[in-house]
Design a protein around this ligand. Sequence first.
Ligand code: BG6
Length: 483
Amino acid sequence: MTQKSIRFPEGFLWGGATAANQMEGGFHEGNKGLNIADVLPGGKVRLKVLHEPGFNFEIDESKYSYPNHEAIDFYHRYKEDIALFAEMGFKVFRLSIAWTRIFPNGDELEPNEEGLAFYDRVFDELHHYGIEPVVTISHYEMPLNLVKEYGGWRNRELTTLFERYARVILKRYQTKVKYWMTFNEINSALIMPIMSMGFAIQKEEDRYQPIYQAFHHQFVASALAVKACHEIIPGSKIGCMILYAPVYSVDANPLNQLHALQEERIFNYFCGDVQVRGEYPSFIQDYFNKHGIELAIQAGDLELIREYTVDYIGFSYYMSRTEKIDKTKDDMTQGNILFGVKNPFLKVSDWGWEIDPIGLRISLNKLYDRYKVPLFVVENGLGAYDKVEEDGSIQDDYRIDYMREHIAAMRDAIHEDGVDLMGYTSWGCIDLVSASTGEMSKRYGFIYVDKHDDGSGTLDRKRKKSFFWYKDVIASNGEKLFS
Ligand code: BG6
């Protein structure tokens, strides 16, 4: 990557991103109800649970630990953490609201005042430092009661319950929050429906039908939330949120190219096409026929989806994916959660995720070419092992290198390719519990949290080397990437 000094556009939204279940802790406090993340075990066993059929959504403390219960205790330490974000110069802070703090079981008629008051305090603290919140309405933390009693998003009733929840928070925080997103990484359900749709695929069950029906319910719910957001908060912006990994063909063989294109459409574009363009894409009908999928669509659904499209696309970017037809086990990457084949041009992270900054520029171009709406990189970062040196410092140059290259890719997409990019919130700006593995040792933060996989640690916060680097990047509006 060449060394250039070009600033980002005025008003670019620099910041960091988190989710309630991975950071707050206080899982029983303030009348909060249990959610999905509360029953997911810590450690690599979590990946197994997420991918194998038949998970029972029960807590079993004799066998597993549950790191999300305490997480990093943001629930009690938010003031200290927000002060650190302010010190880095954050313009925005992305967080999610835990549905179970507002509706502990998800189906009450009246919200829980203690939960609402908690986020009032958090938003007030952010505004005290001039930081705008960016709020995800649902980030892998559906009320457990909705999982057990309703079957998660399989059940149409959830659209009503979600709309009630969305309207309550939109109204309550109408003067405090202007940037919203509906469902975190909505398309991730194609690989892990447990986290984002609140149901496990049962043994012997065909996975396609329930997942696509649940998508339809979420699209209706998303449209209802967009409608409510625009009604309640004029001038607000509400986006979708997609897990985006550009799909490369392994070579120029047209059959591999076609396969990559088809994978890209199903995984990357299907949800965006519905939420941004307001209609089911033409390619999906053939896919539905092939897999015997028949959607139950009620009168008025398609009109609602058409009318209430999102204002921007939020997306996460961690890796690209390389595909070929007829891949064997030996071709596969070890770590990528998206199951591509190995790309010989890319290095991998400590967790085997392929590192591809150019892929971010490609993603920005592809998304903007297709949709022509503002984009927002709401997650990107390096999960790595960090070491605390004897002098107490954390020299995370590998994280700085990673971020520098990714930020430079965004800069080039803006200045050389004409992409409209609103902002960048790096994932896990403070160390938190990993979503896929429940580990603390998979650290993303600029701020180190003294908490370990076995649950030990003082929870003290420390500034890493990357903290000071990111602070300079923000202060120079992206100009000081290379010093
Ligand atoms: C995204 C999620 O998939 O990636 C986050 O929105 C998650 O919740 C992040 O934490 C990084 O993944 P992981 O598994 O390393 O925590």
